[in-house]
Design a binder for this molecule. Sequence first.
Ligand code: 5AD
Ligand code: SF4
Length: 436
Amino acid sequence: MKYHIITYGCQMNEHESEKIAGILESLGFEASKSKEQADFILFNTCCVRENAEHKTFGNVGALKKLKDENSSLMVAVCGCMMQQQSVAQKLAETFPFVDLIFGTHNIHTLADMIGDCILNKQRVVSIQEGDLSIHEDVPVTRHSWPLASVNIMYGCNNFCTYCIVPYVRGREKSRSAKEIVQEIQGLKEYREIMLLGQNVNSYNGGGVDFAGLLETICAQTDVPRIRFMTSHPKDLSDRLIDVIASQPRICRHIHLPVQSGSSNILAAMNRGYTREQYLELVRKIRKRIPDIALTTDIIVGFPGETDADFADTMSLLQEVKYDSAFTFVYSRRNGTKAAEMENEVGKAVQKERIMKLVALQNTITEQKNKCYEGKTVRVLAEGISTRDQGHVCGRTGSGKMVNFAGNKDMIGKFFDVEITEGKKTTLFGRITQEQG
Ligand code: 5AD
Ligand code: SF4
C-alpha cells in the first residue's frame, strides 16, 4: 500500500504531515511520489487565507477521476480548514468520494480512523474542538535531512483580529523541555533543528521559558545549528536576546512579523505593540547582535487602512531594511473580529499597495544580497540545486540561500563559501573550505 500527502500552508503543517507519514509507515504504507500510484491520498489543508481554501477545493475535486478509475483508492482531507465546521461540511457535501475527514487535534488517532473506514466501508468524519492534551507517542517520518523540524508548542492565544489560527488550533500548549530535548537527542544525524510554534516566545514548558529552553538544548544536545519560528514582537524578552547573542549555535536570524507599520492599524489588529515599540525592539536586537538577519510578515489592505497607514508601512520597511519579507493581501476570515469591521479596502487599492510593497522589498533584498559579495559565509549544504544539477544549495545561519558547485555527497556538510554574486533571491559563491 502506498501513500501520497499534499500539504498546504506553514511549516507547522509540513511537520504534521511528517507525523501523518510516520503513522502511515507504522501501518506498513510506503511513500509514493505520485498520486496516480498511491492507494491513500491525503490533503493537509490551510485556511489562513481564502486562496488556500480555493486551492484545496480545486485539487480535491480533481481527484474524482482517479477515484472513478480505482474504487479502492482512499482519499482523506485533514488540517486547519477542516477545523472550521462550515467548511468541513461544505467539503463533505461537495465531494462525496472523500473517505476520511479529520481535524488538527486528532492526528494521533489516524490508524483507528483508517481502520473504521475500511471495516465499515463508510466515510469517517472526526473533528474535535480544542484538545488540551499533547500526544507524545506519535511516530515521525522525516524526508528533510539534514534539516529537521521539532514542535515545541501548539496553538495560539493572541487573537490578532485578522487571524483564524487561534480558532482552528486552539489555545497554547507547550511540550515539556525534557520531551523536546529527548526528541532532538534522537535526531543525531540531523545538522539543523527548526523549533516550531505559532509564537515560540511565549513557550512555557512547566516553568521553563523559551530562553531557558534554548539554553537547555544548547547544553544537552550536539546539534550544530538551531533555528526557531515564529517570534511575536510583544513577547521577545531581553533574556532571549542575550541567549541568542551568547550561543553561536543559534542561527543569527529572527522572523519577527510586524504586519503593519501604522500604530493605528496595529491597534486594530490587536498586535500588542506600536510602531515605535517595534522599532525600539529592532534597535535593541541589532545593538546586542549586530549580524542578526531580520525577516517579517506584512499584511496590506486591512480594514480601515488609509493611504497614510500604508505610507507608514512603506517607511517602516525602509527603516528596518528586512532581509526578506512575506507580503500578503488581507483576506477576510469568517469568525474573526476583523471580518466584522467596516471600511474594507477595495481590491484595486489592495492590489496597488501590495505591488508597491513587493517592489520596495525586492529592491531592499537585492541591496542586502549585494552586500554579501566578497564575503565568506558558513553554509550547510541541503540539497542539489533545482536550477543546476552540478550545484548544491544551502543556507547561511542568517537564512540566505547560497548556490555553489558541488555534488550530492556534500549534502549535510558545512562549507565556507566566498560569495561571488548576490542576486534577487539567491547568493552564488565558491567553496573556500570544507568544515565537515
Ligand atoms: N489575511 C492575510 N494574511 C494573513 N495572515 C494571517 N491571517 C491573515 C489574513 N486573514 C498572515 C500574517 C501571518 C502569516 C502567517 O499569515 O502575516 O504572520
Ligand atoms: Fe495568528 Fe497572531 Fe497567533 Fe500569529 S500570533 S497565529 S498572526 S493570532
